[in-house]
Design a binder for this molecule. Sequence first.
Ligand code: EPU
Length: 419
Amino acid sequence: MDKILVHGGHSLNGSVRISGSKNSALPILAATLLTREPCTISNVPDLSDIHYMLQILSHLGAQVERASGVVRVEAEKIKTVAPYDIVRKMRASVCVLGPLLGREKEATVSLPGGCVIGDRPIDLHLKGFEALGAVSRIEHGNVKVFAGTLRGTTVNLRGKQGPTVLGTDNVIMAAVLAEGTTIIESAAAEPEVVDLANFLNKMGAKIEGAGSRRIVIEGVKELHGAEHTVIPDRIEAGTFLVAGAMMGGEVTLRRVTHEHLGSVIDAVRLAGYEVETSAGSIRVRGNGAPKPLQLTTEPYPGFPTDMQAQMCALLAQTNGISVISETIFPQRYMHVSELKRMGADISLDGHTAIIKGVEKLSGAPVMASDLRASAALVLAGLRAEGVTEVNRVYHIDRGYESIDEKLNQLGARIERVKA
Ligand code: EPU
């Protein structure tokens, strides 16, 4: 298994190009199943999660071609059963359920289990499908959904932890070809949901209100092929923003939509760093006297759970006491025990982390446990004294395109050791 060696203490300067959004690209690629005609998607990041999704589309019968960030999918004839071997590798595979149900009126996908960031139920996805008239069954580890006809309805997708992103995507994708009008109340408002709705509208769907808590979908008879460019990855951008803040110099993020990062930029500014935005770019400058923070993760436009681990790495090395509350995935603290091995002073009380900043962490061998936790360990290593050895880096390759190369271009010293 590959590992990453981070040599700490090298300041970051210069500019970095942000890749296309993983969490937009995954449901958008799934949505290409809704038409027989070819679709062309650009700015698709080169990540293992994307490769898994393309494998699923191929297995389902689609013709898939990929060349430098552009993916062409033609799903003239499709099957409706997604294979366990690929699905188990990536939870986001569940987002083929909506398009398969919408087009073929049936779908069978392996049921995603929990994962290190906590329980990952799909009850709200199924609630939406059932409201449209589908029946769902769990059989032999698979979830099967089927319907005679899908009919528009009003459904509230609010769960205990708030709205669901992929659940909203899935119900939109099932409803675009349903008879009549569907209204989703308490919908997720993340930019990735808006990107999916924009793509579907280019395919001929009639969706209004994406980006708000109420989405209205007027069903159409069929969809046609379309071209779309995926939005920049706001979490990759946020990760580089935090890295730039931590490491002193001046870092510019290019090809980024700063409007999608409002709460992250606010937090970095509150921590005492200078952040300037202009069309398509964000510039962050390090500062000698950073301040502790109180943060709560929330659905968009609140502070994203996908940036919580990276903020922990920053605050672990910021004098004073910071408090982070994780409300979306209350157990998403796998990075904490690893940061502690590097000398961090963090205690957990339920879903709250109390972080007493120390001047410097010290490099240590650490274990990546999930995507964002791995990013946090790399960030912590950038500032730590000595070498941080991050093991199981396949987690980071799921969601960051060449993070080691991009950080090295900014002045970091990171080596990837091939197994
Ligand atoms: N939930 C339910 N029932 C459901 C679905 C979700 O109770 O049927 C709960 C979840 O357990 C969680 C909350 O609702 O407590 C929110 O989960 P959500 O459904 O929004 O998560 P998701 O759609 O499965 C996406 C991202 C995650 C990101 C979350 C929250 C993709 C592929 N994944 O997951 O991204 O953390 O939204 O913003 O879009 C990552 O990129 O590292 C990542 C984990």
